[in-house]
Design a protein around this ligand. Structure first.
Ligand SMILES: C[S@@+](CC[C@H](N)C(=O)[O-])C[C@H]1O[C@@H](n2cnc3c(N)ncnc32)[C@H](O)[C@@H]1O
Length: 243
């Protein structure tokens, strides 16, 4: 079995998937509250920006990968309307259940499916948009997942990868201090789980930077890739066009 990273630890590939599963099993009930607290609500703006750049139209077909509690799925579903379709997916049942229940409470019913981004159970060229927000970082074989995203997009379709990235150098020290001191404590007090939020900080540091990820997306088969830095690179939106 090949080895990979789980935060700063080196683990074998199967162990990473199990550890990621237990992180999201543990954080699922408090996931939305923690997102608001950790980002000061900024994650809502990053997601809104993603929708603005995507510019989906009524009738479009959308696949939301690692959709978790459903923020992007919900936003896309408002845009594509009743003639379109948004498939809300995640590898983790606990996260998906939180998301599905939340959307049902809002009166939104979407096809919801447990599936692994590295092995998507969809025909090639099925979707106008594929989105993945804050999910790619947790995947073991990112190249495989990106290739699957490319396969399932129609020609001309758009991939949207919203993910933590490399922050601008003058902010690095303050961002590191916040990530390694405040985040785990917030996790401990609110979600009763310090370790998962330490993993969050570590996994961000191990994730490819803006340019490396841009090259990975091109390697996966996308003809053109744009990078949008958000909040000084705390987050980046990569937009890949399947040409
Ligand atoms: C930080 S959450 C993001 C949830 C949501 N997209 C959001 O932006 O709030 C990351 C999600 O990635 C999912 N994930 C991790 N590995 C995955 C994989 N191989 N395939 C699909 N989803 C995966 C996790 O289960 C988790 O729900």
């Amino acid at each position: 079995m090949a080895s990979t990273h789980f935060g700063f630890k080196t683990v074998d590939e199967r162990e990473k998937a199990q550890r990621v599963r237990s992180v999201f099993d543990s954080v699922a009930p408090k996931y939305d509250l923690m997102n608001d607290l950790m980002s000061g609500g900024l994650h809502r703006l990053w997601k809104r920006y993603t929708l603005t750049v995507a510019n989906p139209q009524p009738g479009d077909q959308v696949l939301d990968i690692a959709g978790g509690t459903g923020d992007l799925s919900l936003a896309f579903s408002k845009k594509v309307g009743p003639t379109g379709r948004v498939v809300h997916t995640d590898i983790n049942e606990s996260m998906l259940r939180e998301g599905r229940n939340r959307l049902l409470d809002l009166g939104v019913v979407l096809p919801t499916l447990v599936c692994d981004a590295e092995q998507l159970p969809f025909a090639s060229e099925s979707f106008d948009f594929v989105s993945v927000a804050f999910g790619l970082r947790n995947m073991t074989k990112k190249e495989l997942a990106l290739a699957e995203m490319c396969r399932t997009l129609k020609p001309g379709g758009k991939l949207l990868v919203l993910e933590f990235s490399k922050v601008a150098q003058p902010l690095e020290k303050a961002y590191d201090w916040y990530s390694f001191n405040i985040l785990p404590k917030l996790g401990k007090w609110v979600a009763k789980d310090e370790e998962s939020y330490r993993y969050l900080a570590e996994s961000i540091r191990m994730h490819p930077d803006q340019e490396t990820l841009r090259q990975m997306i091109k390697q996966a088969g996308f003809g053109h890739v744009d990078v949008h830095n958000l909040t000084a690179g705390v987050v980046a939106l990569h937009v890949g066009i399947k040409c």
